[in-house]
Design a protein around this ligand. Sequence first.
Ligand code: NDP
Ligand code: 2IT
Length: 441
Amino acid sequence: MIEKLYDRILHRNPGEREFHQAVWEVLESLGPVFARRPELLDESLVERLCEPERQIIFRVPWSDDSGRTHVNRGFRVEFNSALGPYKGGLRFHPSVNLGIIKFLGFEQTFKNALTGMPIGGGKGGSDFDPKGRSDAEIMRFCQSFMTELYRHLGEYTDIPAGDIGVGSREIGYLFGQYRRITNRWEAGVLTGKGVLWGGSQARAEATGYGLVVFTAEMLKTRGEDLDGKRVVVSGSGNVAIYAMEKARQLGATPIACSDSSGYVVEEKGIDLDLLKQVKLTERARLSEYAERSGARFVSGGRVWEVPCEVALPCATQNELDEDDAVRLVRNGVQAVGEGANMPTTPSGIKVLRDADVLFGPGKAANAGGVATSALEMQQNASRDSWSFEHTEARLTEIMQHIHGLCHTTAERYGRPGDYVAGANIAGFELVEEAMVAQGLI
Ligand code: NDP
Ligand code: 2IT
C-alpha cells in the first residue's frame, strides 16, 4: 500500500530526487501507524500531505556592480498550514531548484509540528549564488526578490527566515524592502532579524545550540554526556559554528569543521573566535582560518575521515553517505546529530542504525532554529523582547520536549531508540490530527 502511494508521488513529481527521498523516509516510518489506523489511508492524508498547498515560482532580475543584468529564479513553497502560518527559511545557493525547496518544505512541516509551536511548514529561496558578490549586489538581489515575494507574506500567512546563504544581512535587506513596499512595520513577517529591530536574542545561536542539547539528551539515555568527547562538524556556517560553541560549553572539544573546499583539523580544539571572524565577519574561506590558526587544512577531503565520538553534519543534504558512515563507525562514533536537513543518505542511516549508533534526524535535532523563530514571533506579537538567558532556557526546554516526544513515540510503536521513526510518527500524528479536524481542504 505504502509502495503504491509512493509510486504515485514519484510519477506526479518527476525528477525531484530530494523530494522523493524525503517523502520515502517519512512513509517508510508510517507502516505501523496505518496498521493501527487504516482509516487514515481512506482520507487521502498522505496524498494531501505530499501536495504543497501552494507553489510560487518567480523571476528575479537584478543588476551587478558593473551594470550587467542577471535573471535568477525565486521559489516559495507553502507546504502545509494546518498548525499555523507557513514558516520556514529561504536558501540562496546555485543548487536550488523546485525539488530541493519541496523536500525542505515537506521536512519543515513535520519539524515545526514537533516544536509544539503554532507554525505550519514552508520553504523558499533562489538559485542565486551569493559567493563573491558585493554587499550592494546582495542588497539589490534581496530587494528584487522581495518585490515579488512580499505579496505572498504576512504575519498570519507566511513568515520566512534564513537558511544556507541567508543570514541577518539578507534578512535586513529583505525586511527593509518589505517595509518600503507595504508601508507597514510588521515585525512578525520575517524572523532572524537584528535584535535592534525586532529580532530575538539567541536566534543566531539557536539551531546549533539546540542540536547539541538534543544530542546530549540522546547520550543521556545511555548514561553518557558530552564531557571530554571529540566532536566533528561539517560546514562552518551559522549552524556549525554555534553547534561547536555549545559543544565546548558542555565540555566537548570540537576538533574539525569544513566548507565546500575542504576541512580543517585542530586536535586542541577549533578557535571559535577566529572562526567567527573569518567566516561570519570577513566571509572568507576556511583555508584562510587554517593559515591564521596553524590548523591543518585538507583540501577537498571528507571531514568524516577525522576520528570522533560525536559527528554533527551541519552543511547540506546527502553530505554523509554510506562510506562516511562506515568510516565513522570504524572510528568509534557514538552519536550523530543532524544540524543540516537530510544530510545523511538512507544507506548511511542504515549503517549507523545497524551499528547501534545514536542518530538524531534533522527534523527533530535541528528544530531549535525554527522554534526560536516562533519565540521571536511571540515577542513581536506582544511587542516584547526577552533576555538571552530567558530565550535560551525556553529553547533548551523545547529541545528536551522534542527529544522526549520522539523517544516515547518510538517506544509506543515498538521501536525503542529509533529517533527516525519517533520523529516521523510524532510529526505526522500532530499534522494529521489538525488536518482531519479541519476537514477536506
Ligand atoms: P550557512 O550558509 O551559514 O552555512 C552553510 C555551510 O555549509 C557553509 O560552510 C557552506 O560552505 C556549507 N555548504 C553549503 N552547501 C554546501 C554544499 N553543497 N557542499 C558543501 N558544503 C556546503 O547555512 P546554515 O548554517 O544556516 O545552514 C546549514 C544547514 O543547516 C542547511 O542544511 C540548513 O538547511 C540547515 N538548517 C539551518 C537552520 C538555520 O536556522 N539557519 C535551521 C535548521 C537547519 P561554503 O561556504 O563553502 O558553501
Ligand atoms: O531549516 C530550518 O528549520 C530553517 N532554516 C529555519 C527556519 C525558520 O523559520 O527559522
